[in-house]
Every structure is written in structure tokens, then in C-alpha cells.
Design a protein. Structure first.
Length: 314
């Protein structure tokens, strides 16, 4: 989970956003401030990498006021996924309704606050996306044809791999890595979107996702927050750490080795015919325990487009 306490930079950004002239948000704020709805809302509240138009931390409820250009927005869909994964419900209203039908907006919001609206609503008039526990089922996007993913079974001798009886903690960390990767889906071309979570002593110490345009890589982003030092930690990654970089830079597998991690769990093997297994071999050669296949079907959705655009090795 992202830290609840905002950073000084986030606080400064939130203050600047509150000064932006937005008539609809301003009018709604006049009806929400000072607990007029019975609960306390904050304006331009930082939540992870985002700023909610209005947020009630007591109910973990986000209220957004958007223009019509946000209808069926892919960015907003990913934002909803992130918020829901962090335990926040999201109610979304349109500028025109706030300006012209304020009473209806407030009545609908009151129904959300009172618990009379709890199921998902996805219409052009109003959207509500309730927070929900991650589904244990398979991802709706199946493993793409051509992806080479091993799903191994635990060895009685302590060998690598995953099958039935996976540790719930490991699954939870990989689920989090998947959620981080989903947030960047579509922004990382030509590279795949990857999520990474690093834990030590049962606590998350770093998270990262592939950056816009494919740089930095997820592991690189996560390790950077730790000054590239993660002695004794475990890294959960949705895709096999890269063994080589096209730009000649340090690969993610080498970064993990140099950081001192003791264990790497990744979901899908690198589907590139030129790169698969190279990262794994480097990790193992350094004495790092490597386990693969955990949540492979779910995480395969992150690399579907990447696989379709891979060159054919001749």
C-alpha cells in the first residue's frame, strides 16, 4: 500500500491545484466543506500518485468532478483500479450536472455516504466504483498464444516453483505488483508494463512500475527509492527481470544482484526469444533464490500487446 502521509511536494502540489479556477469543483466544495454532508471532505487530496478532487478518509470515499471528455476514459479506468485496490471507493459526477443539477448530485452522494448505493454504477450520468477485495479468479485476458510461461509445482526437496498451496502472503505481494503494472498499462510502449514490489521482514519497502515510454523499468524504479540497496529482501515482479538492456545500461537482473536481494519471485517469463532466461540465469549464478509462475495467467495480461509486437527469431 502507498503511504497515507503525503510528501511535502504532494502537499505543495495539492495547494496549487486548489487555487486552479474550476467553477464546478468550486461550487461543489461550497456544499461539502465544513462537514455539511455529515462527514469531512478534503479538497485535492493526494492518494498515492494521484490527487482526488474530494476525499473523505473516514469512509475512504473519493468524489471526482469531470468533464464529458472523461466518459469511457482509459486513464480514469486505471485510476479507478488503483483507488479500489487501495481500499477507496470512487464516485464520479459530471461538470454539467454539478452546475445545473446540484440537488440531484447531492442526493446521489448522500445515498453513497448512507450506504444506499453500494454496487457498481457505470452510466453516462453517474459512475460509482466501490472498493473491493482483489478477485482470486483468473484475469479476464488469458495467457496470449506464444507466451512461454512455466507453472511449476513445489518440490519435496525445496525446489523452485509454484502450484497448489501457494503462500497467501506471496500471492498478496504479487497481486499488488499486478495492480501497479495495470496502472501503467498502455503507457509503456514499446516495453511491457511491469509491476515490482520489494519486501523485507514482512513489510513492503519499495514499489515501482515501468515508466511512461518504457523507462525506467519497474525493478529499476523500485530500487532507486532504496538507493539501490535491498540486502536480504524479496522482489516480486510480474515479468522476468531483464537480462540485457537495448541501450547497453545495467540490466534489472544485475541491479537486483548488486542490491543484495536474496529471493526473486516473478510471474511470467520474458517472452522475447532473445532475452528469456538470461536474467534468471544471472540471478541464480549470484546465489539468489528464483521462483516463477505465481499468478502467471493474471499477469500475462500485462504483456499481451508486447508479445504481439515481438520480432520473430530466425
Amino acid at each position: 500500500m502507498f503511504q497515507e502521509k503525503p510528501s511535502p511536494d504532494q502537499i505543495a502540489c495539492a495547494r496549487a491545484l486548489r487555487k486552479v479556477d474550476n467553477t464546478a469543483e468550486g461550487r461543489l466544495w461550497l456544499r461539502l466543506r465544513n462537514k455539511q454532508t455529515g462527514i469531512k471532505f478534503r479538497r485535492q487530496e493526494p492518494i498515492g500518485p494521484h490527487f482526488a478532487d474530494f476525499a473523505c478518509r473516514e469512509l475512504k470515499l473519493v468524489v471526482e468532478v469531470d468533464g464529458s471528455q472523461h466518459i469511457e476514459s482509459e486513464h480514469d479506468r486505471k485510476r479507478n483500479v488503483f483507488m479500489n485496490a487501495e481500499g477507496w471507493s470512487v464516485a464520479r459526477f459530471w461538470h454539467s450536472d454539478v452546475l445545473n443539477n446540484m440537488d440531484t448530485v447531492l442526493e446521489t452522494l448522500a445515498a453513497v455516504i448512507d450506504g444506499r448505493i453500494t454496487e457498481r454504477v457505470d452510466s453516462r450520468e453517474f459512475q460509482f466504483h466501490p472498493a473491493a477485495a482483489p478477485s482470486p479468479g483468473a484475469h479476464p485476458n488469458p495467457l496470449p498464444q506464444g507466451a512461454r510461461v512455466r507453472t511449476l509445482t513445489p518440490s519435496p526437496l525445496g525446489g523452485e516453483g509454484w502450484g497448489e498451496g501457494d503462500c497467501s502472503a506471496d500471492t498478496s505481494y504479487m497481486q499488488r505488483a499486478l495492480e501497479i503494472g495495470l496502472f501503467q498499462l498502455g503507457r509503456t510502449i514499446p516495453n511491457p508494463s511491469v509491476g515490482c514490489v520489494i519486501i523485507r521482514d514482512g513489510m513492503v519497502i519499495a514499489e515501482g512500475a515501468t515508466g511512461d515510454g518504457g523507462r525506467p523499468h519497474a525493478e529499476e524504479a523500485a530500487l532507486a527509492t532504496l538507493d539501490n540497496k535491498a540486502e536480504g529482501a524479496t522482489a516480486y515482479v510480474t515479468l522476468e527481470p531483464c537480462g540485457e538492456r537495448s541501450n547497453g545500461g545495467c540490466s534489472c537482473s544485475q541491479l537486483l544482484v548488486e542490491a543484495g536481494v536474496k529471493r526473486v519471485v516473478f510471474a511470467c517469463e520474458d517472452p522475447s526469444p532473445y532475452a528469456s532466461h538470461i536474467g534468471t540465469e544471472r540471478l541464480k549464478a549470484a546465489g539468489i533464490a528464483v521462483e516463477t509462475g505465481l499468478m502467471a495467467d493474471e499477469c500475462a495480461a500485462l504483456i499481451a500487446d508486447f508479445i504481439n509486437n515481438l520480432p520473430v527469431k530466425r
